[in-house]
Every structure is written in C-alpha cells, then in structure tokens.
Design a protein around this ligand. Structure first.
Ligand code: DX5
Ligand code: ZN
Length: 232
C-alpha cells in the first residue's frame, strides 16, 4: 500500500528534544480527539503501545484502532510492539498507518529479519530494551535501526515509577550512538515527567515518551508538553 505523505521519524532532528505522548494514558472512549489534542498541544510524535498479554502481562490495542485514529493526526505514529512474536504483526500495523515500528530485542524471531521486514513495509525501525537488558545487546543491530528505546519501567503498564538506575545505560547508549556516527534517536519510556526528564536528557536521550504526565493534564496538554520539552 502506498504510504501517505507524512514526515518520517528519520527526518526529525535527533539532537532536538522530541515529545511523544503515549496514548495508553489517553481516554480510550475518545482516542481520536485525544490524538488531535496532543498534536495541537505541540507533540512531535504519537506513541502507540501494543501489548499481547504474553510478552507483557497486559493487553492494549491492535491495528484496527491504529487505523481508526490515523486520520486524527498528521504526526508520525511511533508504534511500540511489546509482543513475543512481533514478526507476525509488522504488515498489519504498517498498513494501518504506523510510520515507525519498535520491537523488543528480547522478543522471538531473528532480529535482523524482523527489522528488514519493518523497512520493507516503508517504516523506520527501532529496538527496545527492558530494564534488565544490557546495552551491549544492541551492538549487532546498530546499522539496522533508526531509534533505540530504553524502558525506564518494566513494560506493561502506564503510571509506574521511573527507574533511576536506567540513567547510566542511557548514557552508555548515547556514547554508542555518537561513536557510530549514525542518525539514531534515543527514546526513553516509563515514568517520564518534568522531574525525571532532567536526568534522562542530561544522559543523552532526545525523545521522551510520556503517558500519564501528558494526558492527566486534561485541557492543559500544551503546558505539559512544553514543560517536558524545556526540562533541563
Ligand atoms: C509501558 C509503555 C509506556 C507507557 C508510559 O509499557 O511502554 O509507553 O504508556 O506511561 P507513563 O508515562 O504513564 O509511565
Ligand atoms: Zn511505550
């Protein structure tokens, strides 16, 4: 299917602070309106959390929902697959309107093949690490990815407390990216708010996923987003 014209994630500057509201914390009865409000509030990217009840102990949403909300925003959709077998769902999410797909390095399947599958569907690629997974596990795939997502909570639920012990790993990955000379976004996800945004930015993350801290501010999304962007 031909891709509609949207800015690919790879054209967003990886030295700038980018804000990616996670719709997991949005109002599921009004998802379209919340996605639109996030764009109007200054979001750079829409973060979509997909859970299979197996890789993580929770279920969230599928390609049908992504397709239903696609028309409410022209921002890139950053789809975070928390799935045991992500290779089974790349095409359905790409067809539904994903612009970027992140899979977990701990999931099943040959990583390089799944990343290639994502590219061949016209999406940019990301690899995510659970808190207990070392940075070194990314090394074989650095040439194949456009984004690294460091989980700062155990994946599965919104509204959890930020894990400060992940900050050292973020700094380690920042050096890894700089040494590679490649344009790779360093995204963090879990418990990100104005206060926790400070150490992750200092450690070198440039893309901040935020669910609760953005969507709990009903009617004040713009303040929440600009507060995150200016945290330092
Ligand atoms: C957790 C998800 C996160 C979650 C973040 O598994 O990957 O994207 O929505 O939510 P907050 O910002 O509330 O921690
Ligand atoms: Zn996420």
């Amino acid at each position: 299917m031909a891709k509609p014209k949207r800015k690919p994630l790879t054209t967003l500057d990886c030295r700038k602070t980018l804000i990616a509201p996670s719709i997991l914390a949005a109002d599921f009865a009004n998802l379209g309106a919340d996605v639109k409000a996030a764009e109007e509030g200054g979001a750079d990217v829409i973060h979509v959390d997909v859970m299979d009840g197996h890789f993580v102990p929770n279920l969230s949403l599928g390609p049908g929902i992504v397709k239903a909300i696609r028309g409410y925003s022209s921002l890139p959709f950053d789809v975070h697959l928390m799935l045991s077998q992500p290779f089974r769902y790349i095409e359905p999410f790409a067809d539904a309107g994903a612009d970027h797909i992140t899979i977990h390095v701990e999931s099943e399947g040959a990583m390089a093949c799944t990343l290639e599958q994502i590219r061949s569907c016209g999406c940019s690629t990301g690899l995510s690490l659970r808190p207990g997974t070392p940075a070194a596990s990314l090394v074989p795939y650095l040439d194949l990815i456009d984004l690294i997502l460091v989980m700062t909570v155990e994946p599965g639920f919104g509204g959890q407390a930020f894990m400060p012990e992940q900050v050292a790993k973020i700094a380690e990955i920042r050096s890894m990216i700089d040494r590679s000379g490649r344009h790779i976004h360093l995204e963090v996800d879990g418990g990100i708010a104005r206060d926790t945004a400070v150490p992750v930015r200092k450690a070198g993350a440039n893309m901040l996923v935020a669910g609760s801290s953005v969507f709990k501010e009903k009617g004040k999304l713009a303040e929440a987003i600009s507060g995150l962007r200016s945290a330092q």
